[in-house]
Write a protein that binds this ligand. Sequence first.
Ligand code: ANZ
Ligand code: ZN
Length: 810
Amino acid sequence: MFPYPSGMLHMGHVRVYTISDTIQRFRRMKGYNVLHPMGWDAFGLPAENAAIERGVHPAEWTTKNIAIMKEQMDKLMLDFDWSKELATCDPKYYRWTQYIFLELYKAGLAYQKEAEVNWDPVDQTVLANEQVDHDGRSWRSGALVERRKLKQWFFKDLLNDIELLEHWPDRVKQMQRHWIGKSKGVEFDFPITANKDMGHLTVYTSRPDTIFGVQYLVVSPDHPLISKDTLPTEHAEETLAFVDNLKSVQGKEEAEQSKKGAFTGLYAHHPLTEENIPIYVAPYVVSDYGTGAVMGVPAHDKRDWEFCLTNKVVDELKFVVEPAIQEVDKVGTSDGPFLAEGVLTALSGKYKGLKSKKAKQIILKDAMEIGFGRPATQYRLRDWLLSRQRYWGAPIPIVHCASCKVVPVPKEDLPVELPLDVGFSGRGSSPLAQTEDWVNCKCPKCNGPAKRETDTMDTFVDSSWYFTRFTDSQNESLPFSSDKASSRLPVDVYIGGVEHAILHLLYSRFLSKFFFKQGAYQDTPETKPGNGEPFNVLLTQVWDINPASPKVKATGEKTTVSFEKMSKSKYNGVDPVNVIEKEGVDATRLHMLYKAPPSEVLEWDDTSIVGMQRWLVKVLKLAQSSTGSNTTIPALDSMTQVERDVYRTTHQTIKQVTEAMTNTFGFNTAISDLIKLSNTITGSNLATDSPVYHHAVQSLVTMMSPMAPSMAEESWESLSLESSRNPCSSVFQQPWPTWEKEALVKDTVDCVIQVNGKTRLTVSVPAGSVTDATQMEQLTRATPQGQKWLGDHTVRRTIVAKNGALVNFI
Ligand code: ANZ
Ligand code: ZN
């Protein structure tokens, strides 16, 4: 995942980029054609804040930050293909983001609708969520922030299809499933009983089996019923005052929390119970889910229960469902609502005794017959609101004309460039809207006077397709060519923080699927370099997810996830550049990879980094000590015992490290295996001019190189000089070492010895001898422990199990 150019890499970046750099160096040495690009998620709020606070132009601020971070990446020895570099704020890039917007518009997937924004009444400006503090006040003016409605742009149909994701981690799929969610239910129409004809109020419910328990109805504060014209005069003032108070963030939060509501003065007729039931308004009902109205069933729904208590709606609750197995004392008490499905009670009239599942079907069928209801499906995912009333983003390529209305900018006129000469006061409408000679334009259709759309796109749009652009980053006639994208996509390994598991990956899937459906690229696995060997989405948990953040309530209520804040708070004070300068780049990289596998939380802590530094020096010394060459490695059966042992460990290590790096991204176990190998070499007393010694050190250095590139290169040079081969060759031009199966064969085996069924000791025995009972007894008696346990007893029977790995003497 590409970074936001904040001006400083944080330790989370260091971790994910070290992982990706390690994988790409490893794969390249294995002969893969790897694309390892980097770019910048360069639009967004902090640049604009810098402009308001310090008077630096966002473009200047961003360019400077990119330069700084690029230098930091170089210091980390991250080997990116800079020829593919892109920045989302570059007109050469956002031209294509605009092009994609127009394609979505053409396909009917981009539309306009009213939605709420945060409004600062003092500065008269729209605020991003990040600019509103915990008390609901503006970051700048300190005014209490209000909610206002604005016409904004949305993308729709963020489809599901999670089941098609083969190689995604289960955890991520589960998170997305929860986020999206599909709800099957029923819409009921309750006729409104008022003297004038007001039609009916439609509610959405997933529990039609509780229809007899409906004791009131509630609409959201934005519901069309809530207006001066519809509300009965004697209630209008009070009700509207209640709704007005919700316009402040604080007022709304408070009312949501306490489930406060107001009576509208209106009633509806319940066609099944024939009762007249009151209609309330409350912010716990949200406007953009279902119909924006619910039927209140306080006996069976938690929120309805709380609402009923807070607002004293009714005295007695109607329990219409009870547990299937009679546990009477648990039902109908004041403990709380009965939430589960069960069996319908006598209060449900002719449906009494039916199980909830059956009752749902029959009640729906009957309701359809009398025109009271119909089946309905709800996706819990709200459409993607992409309008931002900000300057530093890609302008939405739309023109508003008095006669032609909404007109897309013709593709040949793209990019709609951001004007650079604008004012940043932080007050009033966005800088774009205040730049009149930019706003005023000609209608592309009728040539009459028109105005540009002044909203810019959410930066999540920019970052939902950049990986596709990497395959063809210089293309000047299309976002990317179909051939190039098809030959590379989908992305094989995508690495980033798990906090992006939902929004970013969901939006990226949305655009990828759109491209795919449009035929913009094909998935042709047979032509791909990694054919048959699917890679992975790799999400690191650099920090714990703030437990309060990405929780989506069933109602689709607003969630805010603040990534910036989390990364800052966890790593405050740890500047990667300082760490690198103090500890060394290789030690930093190794330490990060060693402390935790990618999927686990890593808290940066440098107390034990000295271990890695010592090991690096040890490897260099080994390389310098080798005076042989690997040209004449003796055949296995003519090696000395010491050579044989070192050779075996070397090949065992090659096998383990290769498998760990290929299959599980287990860099931590790879490092510990490499450390063991270096210990084996040092502890072996093998002559430093032995070709086996050289081979072992060379393999060690080669396998270490993806993780510790500088020390590996230095050690490699030393080895090459000694063996008088081309001293200019780089370790990264070497093929990845392969293991010989025969070299792994052990000439001794550890055998577990039991005496009368109890495990007593292990003995190391020559391979092949273990099936011979007499020899096993001799070998065991020859050890002091064996002496102790067998003593002068006679062995009556010897049982050999597990292919000789376990022997039991009776
Ligand atoms: C009556 C009822 C009785 C409900 C009961 C639940 C339990 P899911 O399953 O997530 O789709 N609901 C519907 N629209 C709403 C809105 N705009 N704002 C807030 N709540 C809304 O949730 C569906 C349930 O969420 C609906 O079923 C409705 O409450 C509520 F024992 O209706 B239920
Ligand atoms: Zn026009």
